[in-house]
Write a protein that binds this ligand. Structure first.
Ligand code: UDP
Length: 239
């Protein structure tokens, strides 16, 4: 992991399912917890950008199984991610007084700015939290891929991948007792061992461009701030 100085700029990826607290819609308790932890990160002087998934509303692939056209389902799902972004913005501004900007890959001027990379960087430099909505704006992609792409483009030093487990294991800990939790691993080793950190597109973007990924447990209070400070938690995937 990094030295005492910690990270300067991070990209946090949150799954939509967690945002919904296990059901459709937004769970204010979860959003509140995330916002409180992000406030801590900002107070520590770390620049933080966020990508949120949309699994608590729709997934294009699931809508397709129910008869819809895939691309249209994907667009619906991307709009869903933006609702999560607005919820987080609300908690950050209202409860913590933290300036935030939602920037979306699909234009929706009344609620968010368009994603303009250099403007995103300016917001971050000014200490604003930047929340990226609508994924990559492209059907057939994922918000993990959006996270990898945005992290690369804005020069984040690490993708903080928040999960419901402690990190990357040698096997599924639910079915394989004694599965080993790695504290660090290389991208190559993840592939060679057939482990799954993110979808293939997102993972290969990170691997090809030497982007570090920290997989950590969101369900442990305080972990977002720990992850952003470079503390030794979870599993660090690096070159
Ligand atoms: N999506 C998409 N393009 C993107 C990002 C997301 O089409 O660049 C759609 C896709 O249907 C995806 C859904 O939005 O299933 C929600 O994103 P994701 O599955 O990544 O959310 P998470 O699992 O993190 O909640």
């Amino acid at each position: 992991h990094v030295g005492e100085a910690g990270y300067r700029r991070v990209l946090l990826k949150l799954g939509g399912e967690m945002f919904g607290g296990g059901s459709v819609g937004v769970d204010p308790d979860v959003v509140g917890t995330v916002a409180r932890q992000l406030a801590e990160v900002v107070a520590n002087g770390v620049e933080v950008a966020v990508v949120i998934g949309g699994g608590n509303f729709f997934r294009g692939a699931e809508l397709q199984q129910r008869g819809m056209e895939r691309a249209r389902g994907d667009y619906m799902a991307m709009l869903g991610t933006t609702m999560n972004c607005l919820a987080l913005q609300d908690f950050l501004e209202r409860e913590h007084g933290i300036d935030t900007r939602v920037m979306t890959a699909i234009s929706m001027g009344q609620v968010a700015e368009p994603y303009i990379p250099r403007r995103a960087s300016r917001h971050l430099e000014k200490g604003r939290v930047v929340i990226f909505g609508a994924g990559t704006g492209m059907p057939y992609f994922s918000t993990d891929t959006a996270a990898a792409q945005r992290a690369l483009e804005i020069g984040a030093e690490v993708v903080l991948l928040a999960k419901g487990v402690d990190g990357v294991y040698s096997a599924d800990p639910k079915t394989t007792p004694g599965a080993e939790l790695f504290d660090s691993i290389t991208h190559r080793e993840v592939l060679e061992r057939g482990l799954k950190v993110a979808d293939a597109t997102a993972f290969s973007l990170c691997m090809d461009n030497h982007m570090r990924i920290l997989v950590f447990n969101l369900l442990v209070e305080g972990n977002i701030a720990r992850a952003a400070s470079g503390a030794k938690i979870g599993t660090l995937v690096s070159t």
